[in-house]
Design a protein around this ligand. Structure first.
Ligand code: ZN
Length: 498
């Protein structure tokens, strides 16, 4: 095969891989949103068949020939195709190392585990979920040993979500955060509490749905390519730049919860919606890593969404939909949206205490993968870490170890990317402010300026660069968590008048 033929074959292969991924993704989106309970059986079968076909496609002789041809012509390839070749080789190594029966059994396991986790969470009974979590941890350890015997198994897990992230980097990063954030939280705890009782006003769900649409307008989310679904635990599925699904969960007495979910998931969606056209249906389309993804979603949710300017921008809309809020000023609402207090639930946590929730999970994952703890002891470990890090008692498994869906889907190693993403976001803000008046753009409902800046530096590149390289290009220098800790210190010192 010459270069031209090789790239044509590669395009064809990646389109087919996209199609399997799209079909399986739609099935899980359907599962999370509208599918009846009984669908678990046929879906398990269909997922089994499709994942086997997709596995064979990506590891078979055809794919191997394409990879060999790519390597043979490597020096003649464009930078884009070189990156595709590198990604292919990495993926081929991973897939080939795992026997097909194990790969299929694992896909069935996580399908079952997701359903058992839901039931266990409803009943607040960890015992139901424990055997599944045990099998998932064992499978992850086994895969790590098969694919990268040279690597620390937890580094392998981290690398799945953030290429190049290691336990060593995490340790240094979390140490910096702990040193600056823990004393800050202590000061906030000693400060005069902020009254946020009024945000728990009854806000009918029909009106919150309208609020969501308004938020999507402000963020510039095109409805032809992005819709909002309702689920228990909000997430985003970005299938292609033409088809992105975001989700939220409404609570009648807590409109801020859904409002910030929509903004968070909307941030993920914007990233997926703005890959360069030439990457469509290739391995370069869509976000490069979970860390970069979370940098976009948490940037929107917190840095933009919880800014004084954004609260001011949405305030008239809130009064229109929920007139009882009129008894409170924009300033009161801004402060209420930024109450920082140690709490139980990660997804509801404030911007300041949030990284501590991540550190708990990081310690848990290290222990699970390192084999330092029995699965039966995990709830106890969880509760002890919440006491140590956040100073609070966990009353039950539902609001403790069962609160997140990640582990039930095999997502061990995912959590650190939330904290890393938050820190990336703060450094992006610093850089953005050198170029234009970010607060002014929000105040004037011109988020398009922010979108254009991010599209230019992050979104359009899809998966072309490795995550750390992409961020360094955007920052114009190395990553430094001090922008994040400075940002938190400035913001919460001001909000709490410390
Ligand atoms: Zn997210």
């Amino acid at each position: 095969m010459n270069v031209k033929e090789t790239i044509e074959k590669l395009n064809e292969l990646e389109l087919q891989e996209f199609a399997y991924g799209h079909a399986m993704g739609i099935l899980s989106y359907d599962d999370e949103t509208v599918a009846p309970k009984g669908s678990v059986i046929p879906r398990g079968k269909t997922m089994g068949v499709l994942s086997e076909l997709s596995y064979k496609l990506s590891t078979g002789d055809g794919a191997r020939e394409i990879l060999d041809a790519l390597k043979e012509h490597y020096d003649e390839l464009s930078p884009e195709d070189k990156r595709r070749a590198d990604l292919r080789e990495k993926r081929m190594r991973e897939l080939r190392a795992i026997p097909v029966e194990e790969y299929v059994a694992y896909s069935q396991l996580v399908n079952d585990a997701a359903n058992v986790w839901r039931e266990a969470k409803n009943k607040s009974d960890y015992k139901l979920f424990e055997p599944y979590l045990g099998r998932i941890v064992e499978a992850q350890k086994r895969f790590a040993g098969l694919v990268r015997p040279d690597m620390d198994p937890y580094d392998y897990c981290l690398d799945q979500y953030e290429e190049g992230l290691t336990r060593e980097k995490c340790e240094a990063f979390f140490k910096t955060l702990r040193e600056r954030i823990v004393p800050l939280i202590d000061k906030v705890k000693a400060a005069r509490p902020i009254d946020d009782a009024f945000v728990h006003v009854r806000f009918p769900i029909a009106d919150q749905r309208e609020l969501s649409q308004r938020l999507m307008d402000i963020m510039g989310l095109p409805r032809d390519n992005c819709i909002l679904g309702e689920v228990e635990h909000p997430f985003t599925n970005g299938f292609s730049k033409h088809d992105v699904r975001i989700t939220t969960h409404y609570y009648e007495d807590n409109f801020l919860s859904s409002m910030y979910s929509v903004i968070h998931e909307g941030g993920h969606a914007l990233y997926d919606l703005h890959s360069d056209d030439r990457f469509c249906f290739t391995s370069l389309e869509g976000g490069v890593s979970m860390g970069v993804h979370e940098s976009q979603s948490r940037f929107y949710e917190n840095i933009i969404g919880r800014s004084r300017e954004f609260v001011g921008l949405i305030y008239p809309e809130l009064l229109r939909l929920c007139p009882r809020l009129a008894a409170h000023s924009v300033e009161e609402l801004y402060r209420a949206a930024n109450v920082a207090l140690p709490s139980l639930i990660r997804t509801e946590a404030d911007e300041l205490t949030y990284p501590l929730h991540i550190m708990v999970r990081y310690e848990m994952e290290k222990a699970m993968i390192g084999g330092d703890v029995k699965t039966s002891e995990l709830p106890e470990m969880w509760n002890a870490l919440y006491k140590e890090y956040l100073g609070i008692d966990v009353p039950d498994d539902r609001s403790g170890i069962l609160q997140d869906s990640h582990w039930s889907g095999g997502g061990i190693g995912y959590f650190p990317s939330y904290a890393l993403g938050s820190a990336y976001g703060a450094q992006l803000l610093h850089k953005m402010r050198e170029d234009f008046d970010v607060s002014g753009a929000i105040r004037q409902n011109e988020l398009v300026k922010i979108n254009n800046w991010l599209e230019d530096r992050i979104w359009k590149y899809g998966s072309l660069y490795k995550p750390a390289e992409l961020m360094e290009r955007a920052f114009g220098g190395p990553f430094d968590p001090k922008y994040y800790t400075d940002y938190l210190e400035r913001k919460f010192t001001e909000v709490y008048g410390l």
